[in-house]
Design a protein around this ligand. Structure first.
Ligand SMILES: Nc1ncnc2c1ncn2[C@@H]1O[C@H](COP(=O)(O)OP(=O)(O)OP(=O)(O)O)[C@@H](O)[C@H]1O
Ligand SMILES: N[C@@H](CCO)C(=O)O
Length: 311
């Protein structure tokens, strides 16, 4: 096998109350990586489409190839030669797990080309290194679901303990990306390091409620638990019209609405596709009233995560 094409989906991280510990993948969009062996040593990025020339071409600085270098080092493969083409199908600094999708597609493609020496779970720490390259923080709530699919819970980072939980089949995600850019690094920098006991108790209740609500398909419990008293109040100031857009989603049928990852994208969860569409149209209309263009994505929860497209 000399060439591989892999796809890794966009993701919604945090899911309201679960900062750095909850995330799920959606069906589309996703980044696509083409990986080929070549005679000359080293990894080269020969082309990136869809980034308007903005992403680093240096393999160590791009999350798609940075993760491949980590994997090759771990496997002690030294005399290698590979070329990489990245099709960037989502905006940068979007809150849609853009850097994560590239990292996951990269590490899955390389593992496949090498004959799958590692399992999907074992690839996770390498994909997380892609997040360190992009934002300085190796969080797993985007790479986890993009790699594994489903609704992911990260119980612990040290040691890494990650699992997926079942979600109701009729649960749909609305993802609205306003035409603004927020870097994860900046959105993490503004967070406070101290959290009050009162807020910790409220957040723990919602985290427990959301997990139970998803596992029991209890839509009212899901709705009541999609509340973030710690991160959203700080970060929402970076998103124009945040409150109005959130209100528009909920008053048009969504169970709840919050910031996707570190923003500016906002997501909502709804029971049924029709509610997800109605919520999305209302959210877009509210952004449009403020003169902000946006893109809308409606999706069920992607249960499979990254996939190989072609050998
Ligand atoms: N392949 C890549 N795709 C996207 N961003 C990359 C990639 N490689 C490096 N980066 C860098 O990562 C930064 C964007 O990552 P960031 O985490 O801020 O955005 P995001 O992945 O869309 O957000 P989020 O993680 O909140 O969903 C940019 O500085 C970009 O140059
Ligand atoms: N949990 C991370 C996700 C970034 O997409 C954050 O909110 O900073």
């Amino acid at each position: 096998m000399n060439s591989i094409k892999a796809f890794a989906p966009a993701t919604v991280a945090n899911v309201a109350c679960g900062f750095d510990i909850f995330g799920f993948a959606i069906e589309e969009p996703g980044d696509v990586v083409e990986l080929r062996r070549r005679d000359e040593p080293g990894i080269v990025i020969t082309n990136i489409t869809g980034d308007e020339g903005r992403l680093p071409r240096n393999p160590e600085k791009n999350s798609v190839t940075g993760v491949m270098l980590h994997l090759l080092k771990h496997l002690d493969i030294k005399d290698f030669g590979y070329e990489v083409i990245l099709h960037k199908n989502m905006p940068l600094g979007s809150g849609m797990g853009s850097s994560a999708a590239s990292a996951v597609a990269g590490v899955v493609a390389m593992n496949e080309l090498l004959g799958n020496p590692l399992t999907r779970q074992e690839l996770l720490p390498f994909a997380m290194e892609g997040e360190r390259i992009a934002s300085g923080s190796a969080h797993a709530d985007n790479v986890g679901p993009s790699l594994l699919g489903g609704f992911v819970v990260i119980r612990s980072y040290h040691p890494l303990d990650i699992f997926t939980i079942p979600v109701p089949d009729d649960l749909y995600c609305t993802l609205v990306h306003p035409d603004i850019e927020i870097n994860t690094k900046d959105a993490r920098y503004i967070l406070r390091n101290e959290v009050s006991l009162k807020n910790t108790i409220a957040q723990m209740g919602n985290v427990a409620g959301l997990v139970a609500g998803l596992m029991k398909a209890d839509y009212d419990l899901i709705s009541r638990s999609m509340v973030d008293v710690i991160i959203e109040p700080v970060r929402s100031i970076l998103i124009p019209e945040f409150k109005e857009v959130k209100t528009a989603a909920i008053s048009n049928g969504a169970l709840g609405c919050s910031i996707s990852g570190s923003g500016p994208s906002m997501f909502a969860l709804s029971r049924g596709r029709d509610n997800a569409i109605a919520a999305g149209q209302a959210m877009q209309a509210r952004f449009a009233e403020a003169g902000i263009d946006s893109a809308l994505h409606i999706s069920g929860i992607n249960k499979g995560g990254a996939k190989i497209l072609e050998h």
